[in-house]
Design a protein around this ligand. Structure first.
Ligand code: ADP
Ligand code: MG
Length: 557
């Protein structure tokens, strides 16, 4: 019984764009399929380790690429965990990624083809990338432990067909019916052995499972009798990248590995490859992405580090390995002395893992500190806001985090400053670091609070991120200097006291104002801090800042 179902609306739109945008590098569809197959094999191995009841043969887990020149098809087959009927509907029929709506909005707004392709690449559409090269895709799958299989087929245009099969090999086979228009072009001939070999070598060499090639003439589709002849030599070297000496790994290889673990399509900004020796041995291969994912600030956004134990994949999104504020760091940690059955809860309590986490944090922060200025600026633009959260959560590394801050200030209209540079520019007699929080740079710049400081030539940091409101409450000093809000009472600018005769002169006005504003202000006083404005409102030293006040009010407090 076959059913025709519609793709979820977002999926339909993305597919449309995928089919019609020219992504400059179509070859990567194969990387995506191999990456999925590899994940499925990882999952099966883990499941068979944990669930002894599961009756599956895991003696020859592998990925097989099957070329059929006559039919012009390419099949990527794995004997991994497979998918149930419902899995197929939910995983292949919908895009569950957070940020899909945001991406589609941006896509609609960008008219340029290349810009669109960029965005799609940034989003990484995984399985759907097959529709760049195929006008029809068939997927046959059976979940390990289940008896029935599922066949899914689509031309990528709005609907797909799905049916239950009484028999199907365990695992997943994805067959691409390649577009006829590519048959003339050698560059896009995905039925050519050399082409397939080349792509695998380039993008998937490190995949831990053997990738084998079977050329079409010798076999019938779906009738592969395994074990009858010796398996062909794998196309990939299968070397776990993190276990190889750094000097032997090319940056290109790191980049492709990054794309596999992160599901990102862009090269990483920085690679960190380290080893921990001693009582608790581990290898870590971490990456700092060049671009923030759409879900960086969403509550259910993922952590990016996978945990392996002696080359065996254990879990994605391992929270125990990175603090929340470093959730953008991607990669792998392979710990040697953990049980394969370890749970997330136990991991969180594990003292050794806590030590590993502390070392990883130190290493990531020191790497960031050493990035050349221009690359660091890119990083800061993408992830700076996340890093600020560390000022609240990570007291141990507060000094380093403060050094990593880049904050807008009155010194320059567009270049943010480090606190170090701010301190170096401090004027004779200036004892504090001044800042003002506000909704935007413009509001802060037009604030009367700023006048006296600018008049004295003092630089003021302009803090407009909502999270700034919070960290400035927690961090009182940098380099022995107080962080002082210009919107608060006791700012000592070394100004002279208001002369006696002026006090007398203005006494009637002040008392009138005090009565008139009784409900709103505590006190009205003369001040020498303003230069062009007639009046301004200041808070007590211990009051909350105006923006925070607004934030609380908005939250109904
Ligand atoms: P991603 O890999 O980023 O999750 P994809 O579009 O590549 O996104 O795949 C969507 C989901 O479909 C995967 O997360 C996985 O659950 C499932 N899937 C895809 N290919 C396979 C496969 N070969 N075996 C089992 N599950 C698969
Ligand atoms: Mg994928």
């Amino acid at each position: 019984m076959s059913e025709t179902l519609e793709f979820q609306a977002e999926t339909r739109q993305l597919l449309q764009l995928m089919v019609h945008s020219i992504y400059s590098n179509k070859d990567i569809f194969l990387r995506e399929l191999i990456s999925n197959a590899s994940d499925a094999l990882d999952k099966l191995r883990l499941e068979s380790l944990v669930n002894k009841e599961l009756d599956v043969d895991t003696s020859d887990l592998h990925i097989q690429l099957e070329i059929d020149k006559d039919q012009r098809t390419l099949t990527v087959r794995d004997n991994g965990v497979g998918m149930s009927h419902d899995d197929v509907v939910s995983l292949i029929g919908t895009i569950a990624k957070s940020g899909t709506a945001e991406l589609l909005k941006q896509l609609r707004e960008s008219a340029e083809q290349t810009q669109r392709a960029e965005l799609i690449g940034q989003f990484g559409v995984g399985f759907y990338s097959t529709f760049m090269v195929a006008d029809r895709v068939t997927l046959v799958t059976r979940r390990a432990g289940e008896s029935q299989g599922t066949r899914w087929e689509s031309a990528g245009e709005g609907t797909y067909e799905i049916e239950t099969l009484d028999e199907a090999p365990q695992g997943t086979a994805v067959t691409l019916h390649l577009k006829p228009e590519d048959s003339e072009d050698q560059l896009f001939d995905y039925t050519a052995e050399w082409k397939v070999r080349e792509i695998v070598k380039k993008y998937s060499d490190f995949i831990a499972w053997p990738i084998r090639l079977v050329s079409g003439e010798t076999k019938d589709e779906g009738d592969q009798k395994e074990g009858e002849q010796a398996a062909p030599a794998p196309l990939n070297s299968m070397k776990a990248l993190w276990a190889r000496p750094r000097s032997e790994v090319a940056q290109e290889e790191y980049n492709e590995f990054y794309k596999h673990v992160s599901h990102d399509w862009t090269d990483p900004l920085e690679t960190i490859h380290m080893k921990g020796e001693g009582t608790f041995e581990y290898e870590a291969l971490l990456f700092i992405p060049a671009r923030a994912p759409f879900d960086l600030f969403m509550r259910d956004g993922h952590r990016g580090v996978q945990l392996y134990v002696k080359r065996v994949f254990i879990m994605d999104d391992c929270e125990a390995l990175t603090p929340r504020y470093l959730r953008f760091v991607k990669g792998v940690v392979d710990a040697h002395d953990l049980s394969l059955n370890i749970s997330r809860e136990i991991l969180q309590q594990d003292r050794q893992i806590q030590v590993v986490q502390r070392r990883l944090v130190k290493k990531v922060l020191s790497t960031l500190k050493d990035l050349p200025a221009e690359r660091y600026a890119t990083f800061w633009n993408e992830f700076g806001r996340a890093l600020k959260e560390g000022l609240l959560d990570d007291a141990d590394n507060r000094e380093t985090l403060l050094d990593l801050l880049r904050l807008p200030s009155t010194h320059s209209p567009d270049e943010p400053t480090s606190l170090r540079d701010y301190v170096e520019r401090m004027k004779e007699g200036q004892t504090d670091i001044y800042f003002m929080t506000g909704e935007s740079r413009a509001t802060v710049e037009h604030s009367p609070h700023l006048e006296a400081f600018l008049a004295k030539g003092y630089e003021v940091l302009i803090l407009t991120d909502p999270v700034d409101e919070v960290w400035v409450e927690q961090v009182s000093q940098y380099d022995g200097k107080n962080l002082q809000s210009v919107a608060k009472g006791q700012v000592d600018l070394g100004a002279e006291d208001v002369p006696e005769e002026r006090t007398e002169e203005f006494a009637p006005l002040l008392s009138w104002l005090t009565t008139a504003l009784e409900a709103d202000v505590k006190e009205v006083r003369l001040s020498t801090r303003l230069t062009t404005s007639a009046a301004c409102i200041v808070g007590d030293a211990h009051d909350i800042t105006p923006t925070l006040e607004k934030m609380y009010r908005a939250m109904g407090q």
